[in-house]
Structure formats: structure tokens, C-alpha cells
Write a protein of this length. Structure first.
Length: 654
């Protein structure tokens, strides 16, 4: 039992990196709503940020108050991935201490549902930014302190709309889409209710016109003054603010604790640290999906969901596994690709408006108009190549779970995914996609038939950055590890006693999934797995000490001085190479690892290494035809995409 508890704790520690903290007292006050369902509320201080989260039957919200020279207040809702924020400077001081006061009280007023709470500031606030809308807009504003990107897309969309012929404009106007309405909806409206006592309201409507977000701030002892685009809030310190924030987007119900964890896990995870992590997991898990970290993302990410399910499978209940799997199956592309990210609400409308402008500019009027008519629909990004291979691994684990009966598995696979098709069909589409992607290399064994990044993309695996693959196009993590594992999992899924192969093939025939329906599915999967098990050989790079030293010297020459001398105890990487053997190392490491400056008991100093990483294949001249080109150093960078790509940024609440 002790060993099992330790394993569970390690899984929780590895996976739950969201905010966690102490539980706040239950809400009180004459204006609070009585909640009969399971309620979650907790707060945690992280750096300069004071974070409080609440989830009940009608609202889920994350409130962040940040102290310092640039204080801010952010309220983010999973509902519609919407929120509101205030960015300010201290008045008459170098910093302001800003904290959330009292419990978060939930309320509903008409279509609006939100939170009410107090905020205390040790100084007056010179407010330069008042923003409502999508969490993405708040995140971008937090980094750039402007809405220029948002306004630029709206301007281009309005210009393209005005360029349509009169008949097309009239047809769009009948559905509420005009140049004037789009321009009006793009603006955040600030209304000064009273200068003394201070009271102002901020609100916006999303570009589709379907939903709005509202923020109200009162300060009984404060005074308001408008100076150009700034709002000055002053008064006797400390200022005590009464804040309300709400959205009309529909609430995402949470998953009760009894449905989230297995009974044994609930008994084991009773320590303070485990309970803090568990609160975060509960906040981020709904009945239909798991969300990436709050507050900056707070929406679905395919890879995050599948990796969390995989790591947490020892403790998650079958219902929780199904909730996570359902979100992935819901968001598959028609070809069976896993969605990397979803855009909701105003962000989805903004992206569709951007597509409309680009398509209209290319003369593709019919496609452009279709985007305008779908402003309220989510947008999914299918930019990654690793998450497509993870679904089968998690589905295999689910079907082999002793707690999942044949009847339960059958009920889940017959459940309707988004769009009305059964989950079994969605699974069949993903299996067909993986088979199709694996087939070329399984047939040829050529490095150029490995899985590569999508055309025009500079990222495609867990690194998710333009620099993470070093200019390469073929990620080793995908080709050497994930694809062989996905094929093995596919074979087990097809042979699972909890899934009827004939049912799988039947939906495949109706959907005309040619890779799935080719003869001898089991035999083909075994052959593909055997072929792909040798794919790692294409990524083996052996360098002697002199070549490694030359490359490291070139790298260090282009590195800033503070970083140049950083290499732990060895002082510098070139020092390490000076101490390396003159020839290739004897033997090989216990497992393939990239070169690093450091000594271990199993692997002494050496500059001869086996490097398993992305290998760029965009050179026509290769030093080894069995391997993508590694002969140029540094590797050439891939062409940059002209379409801005959403970046994942590290950090949680602060």
C-alpha cells in the first residue's frame, strides 16, 4: 500500500502543475446565491499574485489580483473562455499591494452569471487598461498592453465586408452582420456611473453579437477622474473595491469528486499537498472536457488532455477518463486528426473574421461568406503531429482498465460525439489516419517517409516553439517513440474483448475508411510495428571529440557572455571537450541521450555522443542517405509561416 500511495503521489505531482492552495470559507452575505450542489473554492498566493477560484452549479471563475509596480486584476471564466481585466499603476507610490478580500460569491442576473468579491489596494490606481472579451484577448493585452492586433483584424474584416456587392451586404445585414455592427462590437465600452462615490462599468459584446462580458467596480470612499484614455481612482488608503464580473456564455458543469477519482485514490490522497493539487484538478475538469492551466489558457488542448489522462490513469475514475476522451473525440477533424487547441466565443469569431478577410481578398467569396455565417462556432487548430498518435494509447489503456466493463465500454463507444456521429466512428477515423500516416515509411523504410511537420509549420510536437526542433522537420519523439507505440496500441484496441472488431469495420465501411478496410488489419499492424521499431536508427548521430568541440566553440561564440560560462562544475562546454578522450567513447550510453556537458557514474566525460533529436531534411545533398541531413551546423531554419501562430507560454496565475 505504501508503494502504491507513493506512485499515486508521484503521478499527481508530475501532472498537476496548475494553481493550488488553501480552502477559503464558505460564501456569505445577503446577496449571495444559495448553492446546494458540490461547491469548490480555494485561494493561493503565488509570487506577486493572489489567486482565488470558485466552481459551483452555475459559475466557474478564476480571480487574480497582482501586486507590484504594475498592479492588475483579472477575472477569467471557462464559460466561453471569456473574462475581464484591469491594468494600472500605483498612485503616489512605487508599488501597490492588491489582494482579493473575502470569499467569491456567485450570482445570476438574467443571462449574466458571474462572481462578486472585494479587492483591497494600498494605493490609488492609475488605470490604463480596461479589457473585456476572450481570455486570449486578455492574455495578449497582458503581454503587449494594447489591442492593436485585435483591432487590425476587425479593420481588415470591415474593409472586406464593405467591398462586397450590395446584395451580399443586405443578406448579411439580415443576420445582424454589418460593417457598423462589427466595428461597434469590437470596442470595449466604459461607462462612468458616478465619480464620487466611484463607480464604473466595463462591458463588451463578442463579434457574433451573441454574448457579452461585464465588469463593475465600486469604491464607496473613492473618487474617479478621467484623463484622456486613463481612469484615476483615488481615495483614503487602503482602497476597498466591490467588484462584479459576469458573462452570458453557458456554464461548464464540473465533475463531482466521486466521479473524478477512484475510491482507493480518494482515500490515499488525503495529505495537504495532494489535496491542493486535487483542488486544481477539480477546477480544471468538467463533464465534457479537461482544460489547460488557468488563467492564461482555460480551454481544451488535445495534447495536454491526453498526456494528463495517461499520467493520471492510476487515480482517475472511468467517468473522468471518459470525460477527457470525449473532448478529444468531439474535436477530431473529419480525417481523424486530434485538435491541438480550440478557440471559443469572441476569439473564434475573431479568427473567422480574419479568415473571411483573407478569403475575400483571394476572390473566394463563397468560402469567405461561409466564415461570416459561422462566427459563433468554435475553431480548432490541427497544427501538431504528435497528439494524433496519443489518442490510441489512451483508448487502449481505457479498454484494458479492469474497472471498465465490456458493457460500459460499449456504452461509451456508442455515445454521440459532437456532430452526431458515434464515438466508435470517431475512433475509427483516428485509427484510419494513423494507419495512413504510418504506411509510407512501413513500405519504403526511407527517412523522407517519416512523419514530418505540417507544411508551413515551424512546430509540431510537445516543444511547440520555432526553435525547439533546431530547424528540423522530423521530430524523433514522434517517429522513434510515439508512432511505434501508437501502432502497438492500435493492434491491442482492434483485438480488445471490449470492442467488437466487426463493429469497428462496419463503421469504417460506411465512412469509406480505406486504410482501415485494407485486408488483414491485424497482420498489417504487426508488420508496421516491426518496421517502425527501427525508425530510431535514422536519428543516431555519432561525432568524434574534435567535431563536437568545433560545434560547441561555434555555438559559444554566438552566445551571450553570462550564458557562455554556464556549465555546472565543468566551467564551460569547451572545457568539457578538452577533458574528453581523443577518440570515440568506448561503449554506448545505457539509453540514447543527446549530448550534454556533465559527468555521471554511468557515462564519463566525453564529446562523442549519440544524439536523438529532430533531423532537418531540407538539404538535397545528404551525408547519409538513410538519415535526414545532419551535415550542416547550425541546421537551417524552416521558412516562417506568414500566419501568426498561437504560442503556449509558461506560467500559471502570476
Amino acid at each position: 500500500m505504501a508503494r502504491q500511495t507513493t506512485a499515486v503521489n508521484r503521478v499527481m505531482a508530475l501532472t498537476l502543475c496548475a494553481l493550488a492552495g488553501c480552502k477559503a470559507p464558505a460564501p456569505a452575505g445577503p446577496r449571495s446565491v444559495s448553492i446546494t450542489e458540490e461547491r469548490l473554492q480555494f485561494c493561493v498566493t503565488e509570487g506577486e499574485g493572489h489567486n482565488c477560484m470558485v466552481r459551483d452549479s452555475q459559475v466557474a471563475a478564476h480571480v487574480l489580483a497582482t501586486s507590484g509596480a504594475a498592479p492588475r486584476l483579472v477575472i477569467a471564466f471557462p464559460a466561453g473562455n471569456s473574462g475581464a481585466g484591469i491594468w494600472a499603476r500605483p498612485v503616489g507610490a512605487r508599488r501597490a499591494e492588491v489582494t482579493v478580500e473575502g470569499p467569491l460569491q456567485t450570482f445570476r442576473r438574467g443571462r449574466l452569471a458571474g462572481v462578486r468579491f472585494g479587492v483591497k489596494s494600498t494605493t490609488g490606481l492609475d488605470i490604463s487598461g480596461l479589457v473585456t472579451g476572450s481570455v486570449r484577448t486578455l492574455r495578449d493585452y497582458n503581454h503587449h498592453l494594447d489591442r492593436d492586433h485585435y483591432r487590425g483584424i476587425v479593420r481588415r474584416g470591415v474593409a472586406a465586408l464593405k467591398a462586397l456587392d450590395a446584395g451580399q451586404q443586405q443578406a448579411l445585414a439580415a443576420s445582424g452582420i454589418t460593417a457598423r455592427s462589427l466595428s461597434r462590437r469590437a470596442e470595449v465600452k466604459v461607462r462612468m456611473v458616478s465619480s464620487s462615490p466611484a463607480h464604473f462599468i466595463v462591458e463588451s459584446t463578442d463579434l457574433s453579437g451573441a454574448h457579452r462580458v461585464m465588469l463593475s467596480v465600486r469604491c464607496a470612499a473613492g473618487k474617479l477622474e478621467r484623463r484622456e484614455i486613463r481612469t484615476i481612482l483615488t481615495g483614503a488608503a487602503p482602497l476597498v473595491l466591490e467588484v462584479e464580473a459576469a458573462t452570458t456564455h453557458p456554464h461548464l458543469p464540473g465533475l463531482p469528486l466521486k466521479d473524478l477519482l477512484r475510491p482507493a485514490a480518494r482515500r490515499q490522497l488525503m495529505g495537504k499537498q495532494q489535496q491542493a493539487a486535487l483542488r486544481s484538478l477539480r477546477f480544471l475538469t468538467t463533464r465534457r472536457k479537461m482544460m489547460a492551466g488557468s488563467w492564461r489558457f482555460l480551454t481544451y488542448f488535445g495534447r495536454d488532455t491526453l498526456m494528463s489522462l495517461w499520467l493520471l490513469r492510476p487515480v482517475l475514475s472511468p467517468a473522468a477518463l471518459e470525460a477527457g476522451l470525449q473532448s478529444v473525440l468531439d474535436n477530431l477533424s473529419p480525417e481523424g486528426m486530434v485538435a491541438h487547441e480550440e478557440s471559443l466565443g469572441d476569439q473564434a469569431a475573431l479568427e473567422r473574421l480574419d479568415r473571411f478577410a483573407r478569403l475575400a481578398g483571394q476572390g473566394k467569396r463563397a468560402l469567405a461568406l461561409a466564415e461570416l455565417k459561422r462566427l459563433q462556432e468554435p475553431v480548432f487548430a490541427y497544427t501538431m503531429v504528435d497528439d494524433d498518435l496519443m489518442l490510441l494509447l489512451v483508448m487502449d489503456a481505457y479498454l484494458r482498465d479492469p474497472a471498465v466493463s465490456k458493457e460500459r465500454a460499449a456504452a461509451f463507444l456508442s455515445r454521440k460525439a459532437r456532430g452526431g456521429a458515434a464515438n466508435l466512428l470517431a475512433l475509427a477515423r483516428n485509427l484510419d489516419f494513423v494507419l495512413g500516416r504510418a504506411a509510407p515509411y512501413a513500405a519504403s523504410g526511407k527517412a523522407t517517409d517519416l512523419v514530418r511537420l505540417r507544411p508551413g509549420a515551424d512546430a509540431g510536437d510537445w516543444r511547440d516553439s520555432g526553435e525547439g526542433l533546431g530547424g528540423g522537420r522530423y521530430p524523433a519523439s514522434v517517429n522513434a517513440y510515439l508512432m511505434p507505440a501508437a501502432l502497438e496500441a492500435a493492434a491491442r484496441v482492434v483485438d480488445s474483448r471490449r470492442l467488437q472488431r466487426e463493429d469497428l469495420l462496419a463503421v469504417g465501411r460506411r465512412a469509406k475508411l480505406r486504410h482501415l478496410l485494407a485486408p488483414d488489419l491485424g497482420g498489417r499492424l504487426r508488420t508496421m510495428t516491426r518496421k517502425w521499431s527501427g525508425a530510431h536508427a535514422h536519428f543516431a548521430v555519432r561525432l568524434d571529440a574534435a567535431e563536437v568541440k568545433r560545434r560547441l566553440d561555434a555555438f559559444l561564440a554566438a552566445t551571450a557572455e553570462p550564458e557562455r560560462g554556464f556549465c555546472g562544475e565543468c566551467g564551460s562546454w569547451t572545457d568539457a571537450c578538452d577533458r574528453a578522450p581523443s577518440g570515440p567513447a568506448q561503449g554506448t550510453p545505457p539509453s540514447p541521450t543527446p549530448f550534454s556537458c556533465g559527468a555521471t557514474s554511468a557515462w564519463p566525460w566525453t564529446c562523442s555522443a549519440v544524439a536523438w533529436d529532430s533531423a532537418p531534411a531540407n538539404s538535397a545533398k545528404r551525408s547519409n542517405p538513410a538519415r535526414p541531413d545532419n551535415s550542416r551546423w547550425p541546421p537551417p531554419s524552416p521558412p516562417r509561416s506568414t500566419t501568426p501562430r498561437r504560442r503556449r507560454r509558461a506560467g500559471s496565475g502570476t
